[in-house]
Design a protein around this ligand. Structure first.
Ligand SMILES: Nc1ncnc2c1ncn2[C@@H]1O[C@H](COP(=O)(O)OP(=O)(O)O)[C@@H](O)[C@H]1O
Ligand SMILES: [Mg+2]
Length: 255
């Protein structure tokens, strides 16, 4: 049965999409059938893969306008699939607000295809609104990308300890934290090391909740999406690529 992993952090620009798409690319390369769910109305994951965002996508699926299996699109790799997104998805949080079980619309759909994939990775928007709650409700595990920069920790532990605990108590008792992944690390700045030290101190008793692989700041990672390519297509020998490959292997072995 497939594992469903949600990538979440209420801050924007921390590397959620980059991490989701590139872990997915390396899982597919490792012969794991992987479905990427672009669950952000900004559609960044969709464009990172060079996939058509005008077709029906996750919005039409959760609103019952399109059937999930026929909406899943193929990509450059035969093991990698995507449910695309576009700005229409922003309507979902309004349309669902007064319906019963509004947090379970994504889960209901993903459960239909869970057995067809080894991994389903969900990329969330930068908020803890109804869309992200649907992501949490649907998932088995959560991975939290954390940017190695100033302000990164603001609200971070609150989200991790309070929000996720609340979700476990209410929406999804079986949700567990797979780990925190440090992104955009720059070894030349003290700030990055400070953030890492701080998190490691808080997690002294649970070092297994921090991924060993640290993703460096790497320009190739920021260029790849503008070419509609994953990092293993765009610059497979770059530091960014090697790091995401290593991270994907950690996910494969430990999550
Ligand atoms: N390790 C990295 N090095 C350099 N640029 C990065 C890295 N990770 C992400 N980026 C860039 O930073 C921006 C924000 O990343 P993104 O993955 O879109 O974050 P989020 O999904 O959390 O908003 C994007 O322009 C992306 O290309
Ligand atoms: Mg994003």
């Amino acid at each position: 049965m497939g594992k469903i992993i949600v990538f979440a952090n209420q801050k924007g620009g921390v590397g959620k999409t980059t991490t989701t798409v590139n872990i997915g690319a390396y899982l597919a390369e490792a012969d794991k059938k992987t479905l990427l769910v672009d669950f952000d109305p900004q559609g960044n994951l969709t464009s990172s893969l060079g996939v058509n965002s005008n077709k029906s996508g996750i919005y039409e699926v959760i609103m019952g306008k399109s059937e999930i299996t026929s909406t899943i699109q193929s990509t450059y790799h035969k093991k990698l699939f995507v449910l695309s997104s576009n700005i229409n998805l922003s309507g979902a949080s309004v349309e669902l607000v007064n319906v019963p079980n509004r947090e379970f619309y994504l889960k209901k759909e993903l459960d239909k295809v869970k057995n067809n994939f080894d991994y389903i990775l969900i990329d969330c928007p930068p908020s803890l609104g109804l869309i992200t709650l649907n992501g949490f409700a649907a998932a088995d595990k959560v991975i939290v990308p954390l940017q190695c920069e100033f302000f990164a920790l603001e609200g971070f532990f609150k989200m991790l300890f309070e929000t996720i605990k609340r979700i476990q108590k209410t929406l999804n008792p079986s949700l567990t934290i797979a780990g925190i992944v440090f992104t955009m690390y720059d070894s030349r700045t003290r700030l990055g090391n400070d953030v890492i030290d701080k998190v490691k101190t808080v997690f002294q008793k649970h070092p297994e909740l921090i991924f060993k692989t640290i993703i460096p700041r790497n320009v190739k990672l920021s260029e790849a999406p503008s070419h509609g390519k994953t990092i293993n297509q765009y610059a497979p020998n770059s530091n960014g690529a090697l790091s995401y490959k290593e991270l994907a292997m950690e996910v494969l072995n430990n999550v």
